[in-house]
Design a protein around this ligand. Structure first.
Ligand code: ZN
Ligand code: ZN
Length: 353
């Protein structure tokens, strides 16, 4: 089968003929119909994230945002059949650890990140294996396109989980979103769909215009603004109730925390880069005195996808609005390279393998 394979960190992924997967007894094989291209793939390609054990080995197939059709089913799988349309979260879980049993499989103690770690090759490939498939695959309702589902990817669901499950966003609250890449634009769209007033921050006017299209009431161009937190304090009359770092660099993380009003909540969505290596200095005394919360968001549990799907069905959310373009597997190396200069807009999705 054709696949985009990592042969050297930072060098273009190679489109190669790879061995097709066989299902484990509890696994399925899906034919990939669509797969989002994400800044997390860019980090993997750069060889980042060794500090969290997510630096992929040489020869790994990248890609972690698939939707596809089940073509093979392991003998122990009970819930899925050939021909089912499924999406697959990147947070592959075992279903048996205490976190999974308590309904928090996105932070499974034995989590395998699809497309990053050795035992789980990714979905920039014609076929992909899904272990513990009853636990991990999300069955799609009729009428939801694979491209829209791939657009949910890791970004849309992580933004949804952060804003809806991890923080307390009330209608009319100010929500600031720092960084308007795929996850940032998803956060803008979701926050405004649940009734928040959104202020979006980025360096690129085109991304800010897209944020306005998706519901942002106000925008701040950080390239033209000396003090971003002060600008947000002004717009929101004292600070945002919830603020999101949707990029994962020290500056956006610190700006986000400093944009909050008293008792505000910061949601960290992006993982950090080679610069920070997982640690960012924070204004802890101010956070204590203002009772500010720092909240992480990492993927989302498969059973909770229904919440998004119901909002898609009712027309309140439209993940495809964040999908910027559809491309072929052969375009993946180029689209990843374009992320080095922040040239991609929204979520590009591969739909031809
Ligand atoms: Zn688990
Ligand atoms: Zn992703």
């Amino acid at each position: 089968m054709r696949a985009a394979v990592l042969r050297e960190y930072g060098e273009p992924l190679r489109i190669e003929d790879a061995e097709r997967p066989e299902p484990d007894p509890d696994g399925i094989v899906i034919e990939t119909d669509a797969c989002g291209i994400c800044r997390s793939d860019w980090h993997a390609w750069q060889g980042d994230w060794d500090w969290i054990g997510a630096k992929p080995p040489m020869g790994h197939i990248l890609g972690h945002e698939p939707a596809g059709t089940v073509i093979e089913v392991g003998e122990d799988v009970t819930r899925l059949s050939e021909g089912d349309s499924v999406a697959v979260p990147f947070t592959l879980s075992d279903g048996t650890c205490p976190e999974c049993r308590n309904g928090h499989s996105n932070v499974c103690e034995n989590l395998l990140p699809l497309g990053f770690a050795d035992p789980v090759p990714g979905a920039f490939a014609e076929e992909v294996h899904v272990p513990a498939a009853d636990q991990n695959a999300v069955t799609l309702p009729d009428g939801v396109s694979p491209v829209a589902m791939a657009g949910l990817g890791c970004r849309f669901v992580t933004a949804f989980h952060g804003l809806v499950h991890r923080a307390d966003v009330d209608a009319g609250d100010w929500v600031a979103v720092h960084g308007c890449g795929g996850v940032g634009l998803s956060a803008v769209h979701i926050a405004s769909a649940i009734g928040a007033n959104v202020v979006a921050v980025d360096l690129d006017d085109k991304k800010l215009a897209k944020a306005e299209e998706l519901g942002a009431l106000e925008t701040v161009n950080a390239a033209e603004t000396e003090n971003v937190p002060r600008a947000i304090m002004g717009i929101t009359d004292g600070g945002a109730s919830v603020s999101v770092d949707a990029l994962g660099i020290a500056e956006t993380c610190q700006n986000s925390v400093s944009s909050l009003r008293r008792r505000g909540q910061h949601i960290q969505i992006g993982l950090t880069t080679k610069e920070e290596r997982g640690s960012v200095e924070l204004p802890t005394d101010a956070m204590v005195m203002k009772e500010i919360e720092f909240v992480g968001s990492f993927g989302m549990q498969p059973p909770r996808y229904d919440e998004i799907l119901r909002m898609v069905e009712s027309g309140t959310l439209d993940p495809s609005a964040v999908v910027s373009e559809t491309v072929t597997l052969d375009d993946v190396p180029d689209r990843l390279a374009a992320m080095s200069d922040y040239e991609t807009m929204g979520i590009p999705v591969v739909d031809t393998f």
